[in-house]
Design a protein around this ligand. Structure first.
Ligand SMILES: Cc1cc2nc3c(=O)[nH]c(=O)nc-3n(C[C@H](O)[C@H](O)[C@H](O)COP(=O)(O)OP(=O)(O)OC[C@H]3O[C@@H](n4cnc5c(N)ncnc54)[C@H](O)[C@@H]3O)c2cc1C
Length: 383
C-alpha cells in the first residue's frame, strides 16, 4: 500500500494517527461486534472519545478542539474507516466531521459556546438532518417549512434516513423560510434540540450495513424553535451548507481509503496463507493481478485525496478535486471489497468475518453525501 505519511504529514498528524489507531484497536474493535447487534453506538463511546480529545480534530481549541487542518480530517477519516466497522465510523463522523463543522462555520460566538463544547466532549450526540422523503439527491425539493412567529420559528415537515436520529440530541436541519423563493434560495439552517413538544423520531431503520449507527426519521409537527437557533443568515441556508461540502467530500474519501486498505490488508494475509494447488492462492497470477490493479488505482486516488487536502489546508478552493474524490473513491471501494470477498471464497460470505462486514459496509458511501452520478455531473460542469 502506498504510504504518504512521510511525504505529507507533520509530526502532529502522525501522532494523531498513532493515537487513533491505538485507541481503535484497544477499545473499539474488541467491543464493536456487540454494538452491531445493539443497532446503535453507546453514548459511552462518544464520551470516551471526547475525553481523549478525539471528537474535535478540526474544531477550535477554545472549545476543546485540536484545530487540525484538512490533512487532520483525512487522517481521522482514514482511521475511522480502517476500524472495519462502518457503523462506528458513520456515527462518529456524522457527529464530529459532518455536523459540528456546520455549526463552527456559521454560529455566532454565543451559539458556538452553547453547542460546541458539549459536542466536542461527547456529552451530547449530534447529527445532520437534511434528506426528506421527497428530496434526496434533488435537495431543493425539500418541503419542511419554518414560519416566523414572534421570537420563534414554527417547523413542520419530515426528515428521513438520519444517522444518529435516535441517540442524537442536537441536529442541524434545513427548512424553507421563504415560500415564494425558487430553487436553492429561501432555505435556512437551524440547530434543533430534542425535548420540546412537536419534535419526535420514528422507529429504528434496519440497514444492510453500518449496523452500529442508528437511523430514523425526524418529524416536526408545529415544533417551536427559538429564533436564537437560526444558524447563519435567514434564506441562505442551502448555500451555507454547501460551503462545507469540500471538507465533507474529502472526509468521505478518506474513510473509503481506510476501508479499502483494510480490506486489501486482510485479503493479502488470507491469500498468502491459503494453501491451494502446489502453493498458496497468492501464487496464482490472476489473483495477484487483481490485487495489484486495485492497489495501483487506490494509490492514484489516494494521491488525489492528499493533494486536495494539502490545497484545502492552504485555504484554496478544491471544489473540482473534492468532487472527483467523492465521485471516484466510493465506487473504487465497492470494487475493492467485491474482489476481496470473492478471493476469500465461502468464508467471505459468512457473518462474523471482517471481510463480510466490509462487503456490506462499503456500500453507502456511493449513495449518501451526493450519489456518484450526481458527483460526476458536477465534475462535468466544472470542466
Ligand atoms: C447509510 C446512510 C446514511 C445516511 N445518513 C444521512 C444523514 O445523516 N442525514 C441526511 O440528511 N441524509 C442521510 N442519508 C441520506 C442520503 O443523503 C440520501 O440517500 C442521498 O442524498 C440520496 O437520496 P435518495 O436516497 O433520496 O436517492 P434519490 O435522490 O432518489 O436517488 C436515487 C439514485 O438515483 C440516481 N440519481 C440521482 N440523481 C441523479 C442524477 N442527477 N443523475 C444520474 N443519476 C442520479 C443515483 O444512482 C441515486 O443513488 C443517508 C443515507 C444512507 C444510505
Amino acid at each position: 500500500m502506498i504510504d504518504l505519511d512521510e511525504q505529507y504529514l507533520s509530526g502532529e498528524h502522525k501522532e494523531l494517527r498513532a493515537q487513533l489507531r491505538k485507541f481503535i484497536a484497544a477499545e473499539i474493535v474488541p467491543a464493536a461486534a456487540a454494538w452491531e447487534n445493539l443497532g446503535t453506538l453507546p453514548h459511552a463511546v462518544f464520551a470516551r472519545m471526547g475525553e481523549l480529545g478525539l471528537l474535535g480534530v478540526s474544531m477550535p481549541e477554545a472549545f476543546g478542539g485540536a484545530d487540525f487542518d484538512t490533512l487532520g480530517t483525512v487522517v481521522f477519516g482514514e482511521e475511522l474507516g480502517r476500524s472495519g466497522f462502518g457503523g462506528f465510523m458513520s456515527a462518529i463522523s456524522d457527529h464530529a466531521d459532518i455536523t459540528a463543522p456546520v455549526i463552527k462555520r456559521n454560529g455566532t460566538p454565543e451559539q458556538l459556546q452553547r453547542w460546541l463544547p458539549d459536542i466536542i466532549a461527547g456529552r451530547r450526540i449530534a447529527g445532520l438532518a437534511v434528506t426528506e422523503p421527497g428530496g434526496g439527491s434533488d435537495l431543493v425539493r425539500m418541503k419542511t417549512t419554518a414560519v416566523r412567529d414572534g421570537d420563534h420559528y414554527v417547523l413542520n415537515g419530515q426528515k428521513t434516513f438520519i444517522t444518529n436520529a435516535l441517540s442524537g440530541e442536537i441536529f442541524v436541519t434545513v427548512a424553507r423560510t421563504d415560500p415564494e423563493a425558487k430553487g436553492a434560495a429561501g432555505f435556512s439552517l437551524f440547530v434543533i434540540e430534542k425535548g420540546a413538544p412537536g419534535f419526535t423520531t420514528g422507529a429504528p431503520f434496519s440497514k444492510t450495513g453500518w449496523s452500529s449507527s442508528d437511523m430514523s426519521d425526524l418529524f416536526f409537527d408545529d415544533f417551536r424553535v427559538p429564533a436564537a437557533n437560526l444558524l447563519g443568515e435567514e434564506g441562505r441556508g442551502f448555500y451555507l451548507m454547501m460551503q462545507g461540502i469540500e471538507n465533507e467530500r474529502l472526509s468521505i474519501g478518506a474513510q473509503c481509503v481506510g476501508m479499502a486498505e483494510r480490506a486489501i490488508e486482510i485479503t493479502l494475509d488470507h491469500l498468502k496463507q491459503r494453501q491451494a494447488y502446489r502453493g498458496t492462492l497468492w501464487d496464482l497470477q490472476v489473483i495477484r493481478h487483481d490485487i495489484a490493479r486495485l492497489v495501483s488505482e487506490l494509490s492514484a486516488a489516494k494521491l488525489l485525496l492528499y493533494h486536495a487536502a494539502v490545497k484545502k489546508s492552504r485555504g484554496e478552493s478544491v471544489r473540482l478535486e473534492a468532487t472527483m474524490v467523492k465521485a471516484t473513491l466510493p465506487e473504487l471501494l465497492k470494487r475493492v471489497v467485491d474482489v476481496c470477498v470473492q478471493h476469500h471464497g465461502a468464508s467471505g460470505y459468512m457473518r462474523g468475518t471482517e471481510i463480510e462486514r466490509l462487503g456490506r459496509d462499503a456500500r453507502p458511501h456511493s449513495l449518501g453525501g451526493g450519489a456518484s452520478a450526481v458527483m460526476l455531473d458536477e465534475v462535468a460542469k466544472l470542466l
